[in-house]
Design a protein around this ligand. Structure first.
Ligand SMILES: NC(=O)c1ccc[n+]([C@@H]2O[C@H](COP(=O)([O-])OP(=O)(O)OC[C@H]3O[C@@H](n4cnc5c(N)ncnc54)[C@H](O)[C@@H]3O)[C@@H](O)[C@H]2O)c1
Ligand SMILES: N[C@@H](CCC=O)C(=O)O
Length: 555
């Protein structure tokens, strides 16, 4: 069928179309008594009472993977099973790779506008009839509060899809210079091979963006979401299908990814990896590619956005204590600190800390409620799984036992019903302690209190205290200080904030990504990212070819 469409294109698709101008999707408030709140509450209870078969989707066919079965549960009520899935075997992944290869010729031949229309339709489906379902799946499966689900699963995913369509069109319009007598053109080809997208648990938007961005640019994809995000990923795949995505363009495989590493990443036709997750996993994937480098037809593109140890540094010229309190609380404890951008280390002047900030942070942290996210009054939910819970519990126990650390707020955890860790603030007098260098990925904020005169020294130490360089914020009124700190911290964060929290980037406004151990900084949801999924061919056409082989100087 697709082959027929590709033939038709030659005669029909000779126009250049303008992609609709995108704007950021408005965030719904779900205020008490609103129709949108009632509708979401109904969807939450329907989805909670369902038990979904979380299948693979290979070549348009849904089927259970052949390996060991596992359950997908609610993190805040781990006895409640939302769905059943299974580990993809090497044979399953090989089938997905074969389906991606088979779908490639027809997908590449489909004009850009036609591909973009599919993802624009997916965006509108998410904004309308699918909004409740994708939000509810993200709330129940990933333990996000309604606010955090809405800004992620609905708004950011919609923004990724709409802005990518727009940026992709702009990218394709970029052409080389021509001079009289010749016409130079870029043929913006997709990569010479399929793309493997491997996605994290913490953002449904990232999980949807990583396979769809390369697909938009003409690539076919093997997509492996993480088991703990499987429910929302399953629904995202259904949205793509309903939007008209042809079979085989995105192939979803389930499980922990070992088979993907063994089969997809060693395939000679691997064109690229689009990854978001931990630094450790990305290094493993990179190493796998390095070890197989002589097998590939073309050098695979490696795009990976990874961990962070994100800072907030307050200068003594900043006097608004409540603004810092809110930045720390929201930055550190929204979505239980499970954002790569979460504020996890703060450097504050002694005058402000002792003069009120310490007490406010402690009091506000104690007020935050983590619980069942179906109760819209809760601020947050639970940690994603037992591994995350154990890591945070160990970090808290270590801080309690350390002579240089004092627990200022929280410090408790309880896994009897869900993987709950209280919002925890730890003051520590040693700026080299692991609380300032290690990504715990949970609700744990480390605070270093400095003498007001030591700002410069503190900024220089914070610059390279951790191996990461993802996000960071500076609060200061003095513009000389802002300029100086921005300069010293230039390579310490790919997303730098002045007088704001370091989280909450919005597609098209704060293109997101970091360097050093935080990734390849290819800025998801921007033209920079899309440029990684094309491999331009430069075409020169000469209108009247040369007929003389001698140089003029030869006489
Ligand atoms: N920089 C960013 O934009 C960004 C955004 C979101 C999350 N993150 C980071 O992601 C991490 C949290 O996410 P996570 O816990 O899902 O990360 P993770 O590294 O544990 O898992 C990410 C993905 O890799 C897969 N995976 C793990 N081992 C694999 C292997 N051997 N072969 C193939 N696939 C494998 C997982 O199944 C999952 O799909 C944090 O470090 C966070 O900072 C970064
Ligand atoms: N875009 C998100 C971070 C994504 C990582 O988890 C933010 O800016 O908060």
């Amino acid at each position: 069928m697709l082959a027929d469409v590709a033939e038709l294109k030659v005669c029909e698709m000779d126009s250049i179309f303008a992609v609709p101008q995108p704007t950021n999707e408005p965030v719904h408030g779900y205020v008490p008594g609103s129709a949108e709140r009632d509708s979401l509450a109904r969807t939450l209870s329907e989805l909670a009472s369902d038990k979904v078969e979380l299948t693979m989707t290979v070549g348009g066919e849904q089927r259970m993977a052949g390996g060991e079965r596992f359950s997908v549960v609610m993190p805040h009520r781990h006895a409640h099973v939302l769905g059943e899935s299974a580990q993809a075997t090497n044979e399953d992944v090989a089938a997905a790779v074969a389906a991606a290869k088979a779908a490639a010729p027809a997908w590449q031949a489909l004009p850009y506008d036609e591909r973009a229309a599919i993802f624009l339709r997916a965006a509108d489906l998410l904004a309308g009839p699918w909004r409740d379902r994708i939000n509810a799946a993200t709330m129940l499966g990933q333990s996000k509060s309604v606010q955090q689900a809405e800004i992620d699963a609905a708004c950011e995913l919609i923004d990724f899809l709409r802005f990518n369509a727009h940026f992709g069109a702009e990218l394709l319009a970029k052409q080389p210079r021509s001079v009289p007598g010749e016409w130079n053109r870029f043929d913006h080809r997709p990569l010479d091979g399929f793309v493997t997208a491997i996605t994290p648990f913490n953002f449904t938007a990232i999980a949807g963006n990583l396979p769809s961005a390369p697909a938009l640019m003409g690539n076919t994809v093997v997509w492996k979401p993480t088991p703990t995000q499987q429910l929302a990923a399953h629904l995202t795949m259904r949205v793509f299908e309903q939007a008209g995505l042809p079979a085989g363009v995105i192939n979803l495989v389930t499980g922990d990814g070992r088979a993907v590493s063994e089969v997809a990443l060693t395939d000679p036709e691997l064109g690229g990896i689009h990854f978001t997750g931990s630094t450790r996993t990305f290094q493993h994937l990179w190493r796998t590619v390095g070890e197989n480098i002589d097998r590939y037809r073309a050098y695979p593109r490696l795009v990976g956005e990874t961990g962070g140890k994100d800072f907030v540094i307050v200068h003594p010229s900043w006097t608004d204590v409540e603004a810092v309190n809110v930045a720390l609380i929201r930055g550190a404890f929204e979505y239980q600190g499970q954002k790569c951008s979460a504020a996890s280390r703060a450097y504050v002047p002694r005058s402000m800390w002792r003069g009120g900030l310490r007490d406010r942070v402690a009091a506000t942290a104690a007020e935050l409620t983590y619980g069942d996210v179906s109760d819209f009054a809760n601020f947050g939910g639970a940690l994603i799984d037992r591994r995350a819970y154990d890591k945070l519990a160990a970090a808290i126990d270590r801080a309690k036992a350390s002579s240089s650390c004092t627990v200022v707020a929280g410090g408790t955890y309880d896994d009897s019903e869900g993987f709950f860790v209280a919002p925890t603030v730890v003051e520590c007098s040693d700026p080299t302690d692991e609380v300032f260098t290690t990504e715990y990925f949970g609700p744990f904020l480390a605070v270093y209190v400095y003498d007001d005169g030591d700002f410069e020294q503190v900024v220089r130490q914070a610059e390279s205290a951790s191996p990461y360089a993802l996000t960071g914020a500076v609060f200061a009124i003095d513009r000389q200080v802002v300029t100086w700190a921005s300069d010293v911290l230039r390579f310490a964060a790919g997303n730098f904030y002045v007088n704001d929290k370091p989280t909450g980037s919005i597609v098209s406004r704060q293109p997101f990504g970091g360097s050093r151990a935080s990734g390849t900084n290819d800025k998801a949801g921007s033209w920079q990212n899309l440029s990684r999924w094309i491999s331009p061919r430069a075409i020169k056409e000469t209108f009247v070819p040369l007929t003389e082989w001698r140089y003029p100087n030869m006489g």
